[in-house]
Design a protein around this ligand. Structure first.
Ligand SMILES: NC(=O)c1ccc[n+]([C@@H]2O[C@H](COP(=O)([O-])OP(=O)(O)OC[C@H]3O[C@@H](n4cnc5c(N)ncnc54)[C@H](O)[C@@H]3O)[C@@H](O)[C@H]2O)c1
Length: 461
């Protein structure tokens, strides 16, 4: 297949470097352009066509840790108003009223929220096994959706979400917030400009150690069949007697969660696909084990995933290696590193560090040979040294940057108000979730999985 991903890219980076654009001025100019684009006055004027009272009226479904964080960020976007909250644990509904005001309506039944005409959009931050059903139901009621990652719980569920978004023409965005960050945008630009040469490898890891990092979340003292909507929690999966541990530590169980790959790898797939323009790997293989957190969980606490990305028009062929270790004494480290023929970069949401390979004096370099021969004769050859570009460059976000989470909500709200588009829509979200979910399938089935990321199909199964 023809590709143009490397043509002139190195020259482009070096030209910008020579002009001093890459190192300093380009970054502020991007920020300035964004600031202009994000003019608040213009923003509020635009909102008038969307809702009778000038607000984008939203509801939260799943008011736990991330749903609360999402809502706290969403309501800082001008003109966004929280109307109602749904959760299956009464304690979370009480928390919602004390946090966001007694006027917020609360319910255990997400359908009540979706039936309301005064709600324009919903944040869905339930455990993973409810993402597909609630997203599809919401879109079929004409609601715009912000659905937490991973978009679906099983590889078979993605097509229904894509179809519902297509049919209803709503804005649907998955919640891998890093994708909207300044760091990802910078990394994409640097890769495109050839700053690391030709991409051949990427790697990421998460090191954790604490009980909460390993998903041993607190179980409220009042948890009971009276305070928890247990039957509703299980309505789309295997029926079991009430079990507060399963409800509050749902990530540990395969009926509800998607293991470390669905929790963490999926963020990296989203970022990597955005930076490279990739649709995903065609080969997925995983290994790992349950080494330490033997608390009844059904998923490994150490997982290694390897992924082959085939050459496409957007990028060369490259390999990806991902790792999670919940028993890592170093604790608390995350990492995404991209490696090319001329350097590497580590990508964070508010910072990119670029490492350029130092030029080496290679004896096989024809130019080096000529110089060596020349100095043996009478003629003086002045081997004048060149100015070298820096070998390490750090790009950091301007002070006051609101961060990836705000950017992600801003993009979602702006797309709703302008009938626009978001990058992390259902198709993108499915392509990011797929390798994470297939990683679990590879681990549990103990085999390599082949995937067609263009047509979203398993190969040879
Ligand atoms: N983007 C991120 O960085 C990020 C970080 C953490 C979690 N997440 C995602 O957010 C989602 C929630 O994770 P969490 O850590 O907040 O979990 P959590 O357990 O803290 O919250 C989940 C909430 O959903 C409620 N719930 C369960 N089933 C429901 C249903 N059918 N209807 C309504 N409410 C229901 C639970 O009572 C609970 O309050 C997950 O999909 C997770 O992957 C994303």
């Amino acid at each position: 297949m023809p590709n143009n991903h490397n043509q002139n890219s190195r020259r482009s980076f070096l030209t910008k470097l020579t002009r001093g654009v890459v190192g300093a001025t380009l970054f502020p100019s991007i920020v300035t352009a964004r600031d202009q684009q994000r003019n608040i006055t213009e923003f509020l004027q635009r909102s008038q066509k969307f809702s009778a009272n000038d607000h984008l009226q939203i509801a939260l479904i799943g008011a736990g840790g991330m749903g609360t964080a999402d809502t706290n960020t969403a309501i800082t976007v001008p003109g966004v108003k929280l109307m109602a909250v749904c959760d299956l644990y009464d304690g979370r509904l009480a928390d919602a009223k004390s946090r966001w005001g007694a006027s917020i309506d609360t319910t255990r039944d997400f359908r009540e929220i979706l039936d309301r005409k005064d709600i324009d959009a919903a944040i869905i931050a339930t455990p993973d096994h409810w993402h597909k059903d609630i997203s599809v139901a919401a879109m079929n009621k004409g609601k715009h959706v912000y659905c937490e990652k991973p978009m679906v719980h099983d590889i078979s569920e993605g097509a229904a979400v894509v179809a519902a978004q297509t049919k209803n023409g709503v804005v649907f965005q998955v919640g891998s917030q890093g994708l909207s960050s300044l760091g990802n945008e910078k990394a994409r630009e640097l890769l495109r400009d050839g700053a690391i040469g030709k991409l051949n490898y990427a790697e990421g890891f998460w090191a954790r150690m604490s009980p909460s990092g390993a998903w041993q979340y607190p179980i409220p003292a009042d948890a009971s069949p009276q305070t928890v909507g247990w039957d509703a929690f299980l309505a789309n999966t295997t029926k079991r007697p009430f079990d507060a541990t399963r409800f509050f530590r749902w990530r540990n169980y395969r009926d509800y969660g998607t293991g470390v790959s669905g929790d963490l790898f999926v963020h990296l797939f989203s970022s990597l696909h955005m930076i490279t323009g990739s649709m995903g790997p065609n080969k997925v293989m995983a290994t790992g084990g349950l080494r330490y957190w033997k608390d009844g969980r059904e998923v490994p606490d150490i997982m290694l995933g390897m992924f082959d990305y085939p050459e496409t028009a957007a990028h060369p062929a490259f390999n990806l290696s991902l790792r999670v270790n919940f028993v890592d004494g170093t604790g608390g480290t995350n990492y995404l590193r991209m490696v090319g023929s001329e350097g590497s970069m580590t990508v964070e949401w508010d910072k990119v560090t670029l490492y350029r390979n130092a030029p080496t004096a290679d004896a096989n370099d024809p130019l080096a040979k000529t110089k060596a021969n020349g100095t043996q004769g009478k003629e003086f050859i002045y081997d004048r040294k060149a100015m070298l570009p820096p070998e390490k460059m750090e790009y950091t976000a301007q002070a006051g940057y609101k961060g990836a989470h705000f950017d992600h909500f801003y993009n979602w709200v702006t797309a709703i108000r302008n009938q626009g588009k978001v990058t992390e829509n259902s198709l993108f979200g499915y392509r990011a979730a797929a390798p994470a979910l297939l990683c679990n399938d590879s681990y549990f089935k103990n085999r390599i999985i082949e995937w067609d990321p263009v047509n979203l199909k398993l190969v040879n199964t």
